[in-house]
Ligand binder design. Structure first.
Ligand code: ATP
Ligand code: MG
Length: 363
């Protein structure tokens, strides 16, 4: 049974399409009012999981509770959920107002109640001036807001979003991202939000569930996932520009060796007991590298040379070599660096992540 304060509880959920297992004994508890983001590459099972929660797919095994009620075999309409899809799926022949009220009219909701709910949703989403237009006369962002409105008027406990912003251009996506965050703050509903956009995940989520191959790899607060990824997959999936990975060896838990470089590990917090030895991957993010004078204040510093400079606007990504591996770090946009220029870089190994080469797990 789901305990108090749990909004959605997924227990040992498996889903197969024929002989293909898409979700495998998956467990997930979502707290009341929590904003959970399901993040993962294409095909990892995000939509499938969401559709199971919504009741659009029959599960092969396991149970789903919403507000403590076993809804595993309930009809979608009886689950107290509202779903927003990637394709807005608005009725083209109906006005915005009719699109919003359609579900309520079908359910026999009284007229004045419908009017009240539409007015509220329209105000929250700022689509009041659009109510008499048809979808063809709306921009992508406005259509998406109407699609959210359709879930909103249903007055549900749990909102399910499946990549609601992926059809929009970058600017609109950023705007609506903020609106969704404000909406959550206002409504305080439970939200389960699917995306493969790590920025959306980082900015919106209370907790992120990173998925791969139908399995949740890590479920944690965004900062924890970012700073202490449980495996190499999670480390590589979050962060742009991506984390640097160096292949090498841990020597008696004291140092990491790659090529002719030795990085001290006395400041690194090993996960399982410490004294690890053997092949491993050293990961460190480009923004955790100090450069120039600042490099010499770091526990580890080394001479290198600029290979490629990539200006990104707000800052610049510089590529060099470390122990024979490509290695990138960020500097302020104002810095001018020439190819081949000798530089000093450094970092604190406490900020690094070490992964077992074989299993990919954090050590
Ligand atoms: N009806 C189906 N029959 C067989 N396989 C399916 C079916 N629906 C989905 N799949 C497979 O299940 C896996 C997970 O699909 P799902 O749509 O959940 O991925 P996703 O994480 O939402 O990906 P995306 O980011 O591309 O939307 C995929 O490999 C997909 O091909
Ligand atoms: Mg999907």
């Amino acid at each position: 049974m789901a305990q108090n304060g749990t909004s959605v509880s997924i227990q040992d959920l498996s889903l197969n399409f024929g002989s293909v297992t898409v979700l495998e004994t998956l467990n997930l508890d979502v707290a009341e009012g929590e904003f959970i983001v399901l993040l993962g590459p294409s095909g990892c099972g995000k939509s499938t999981l969401l559709n199971c929660i919504a009741g659009l797919l029959d599960v092969s095994e396991g149970r789903i509770f919403i507000k403590g009620m076993n809804v595993t075999w309930e009809e979608p309409k009886d689950r107290g959920i509202g779903m927003v899809f990637q394709s807005y799926a608005l009725y083209p022949q109906m006005t915005v107002e009719k699109n919003l009220s359609f579900g309520l009219r079908v359910a026999g909701t009284p007229r004045d109640e419908i009017a009240k709910r539409i007015a509220r949703a329209a105000e929250i989403l700022q689509i009041e001036p659009l109510l008499q237009r048809k979808p063809a006369a709306l921009s992508g962002g406005q259509r998406q807001r109407v699609a959210i409105g359709r879930a909103l008027v249903r007055d549900v406990d749990v909102f399910l979003f499946d990549e609601p912003l992926s059809n929009l251009d970058a600017k609109l996506r950023a705007e609506l991202r903020v609106e969704i965050k404000l909406l959550h703050r206002k409504l305080q509903n439970t939200m389960i939000y699917v995306t493969h956009d790590q920025i959306e995940a980082m900015t919106l989520a209370d907790r992120i569930a990173v998925m791969k191959g139908g399995v949740i790899q890590q479920l944690d607060a965004p900062q924890t996932i970012y700073n202490r990824p449980v495996n190499r997959f999670v480390a590589g999936f979050l962060g742009s520009p991506a984390m640097n990975f160096l292949d090498g060896q841990v020597e008696a838990g004291a140092a990491f060796k790659t090529g002719n470089v030795s990085i001290p590990l006395d400041r690194y917090a090993f996960d399982a007991g410490g004294n690890s030895s053997g092949p491993c991957v050293f990961g460190i993010r480009p923004e955790h590298i100090a450069f120039g004078e600042a490099a010499n204040t770091m526990p580890f510093a080394i001479d290198a040379a600029v290979e490629i400079v990539e200006p990104m606007g707000s800052d610049t990504l510089v590529w060099t070599k470390l122990g024979g591996h490509n290695f990138s770090f960020r500097v302020e946009a104002e810095k001018t660096l020439r190819n081949g220029e000798p530089i000093r870089i450094g970092f604190d190994p406490a900020r690094a992540s070490l992964f077992d080469t074989q299993s990919g797990n954090r050590i």
